[in-house]
Design a protein. Structure first.
Length: 140
């Protein structure tokens, strides 16, 4: 075998390796927002940020969670002024979770809350877990 034939064969073999390789999909984006106060402006900002993230990446390509505890929990009540926006966010794929520790402290039950939301035992612990899992952390 001459040198030219050898290198031609090598080139074909290497090309075949790369054409058959599957590309690794980009990792799914994940972001967790903390909302721990009842300021309507901060809530509007958090909900807008969540929508902007979904719009930027595509709602089906990003996980968005809003963790609510402390004084912010009241804005998740069924009769809260932002109740409609919370429902819209959840319908678009944003997971909004209420801290059950805060609910107990404020004597709130699930019956008091927006039916669209979910629950976690401890909001701060949820934030810690998400950060450990590599989620981006945002506090508007």
């Amino acid at each position: 075998m001459n040198r030219k034939t050898f290198f031609l064969g090598l080139l074909i073999a290497v090309s075949a390796l790369f054409t058959g390789c599957a590309t690794t999909p980009a990792p799914r984006e994940k972001v967790v927002f903390q909302v721990s106060d009842s300021d309507p402006g901060k809530w509007a900002l958090a909900l807008s940020n969540a929508k902007n993230v979904q719009d930027s990446f595509g709602a089906d390509k990003v996980d968005v969670e809003i963790v609510v505890y402390g004084p912010g929990i009241g804005m998740l009540k069924a009769n809260a002024p932002i109740s409609d926006r919370v429902g819209t966010a959840v319908k678009s794929g944003v997971q909004i979770v209420a801290c059950e520790n805060t609910m107990v402290a404020q004597k709130l039950t699930r019956a008091d809350m927006n039916p669209a939301i979910s629950y976690v035992p401890a909001g701060v612990v949820e934030l810690m877990k998400r950060q450990r899992e590599g989620w981006a952390y945002i506090r508007p």
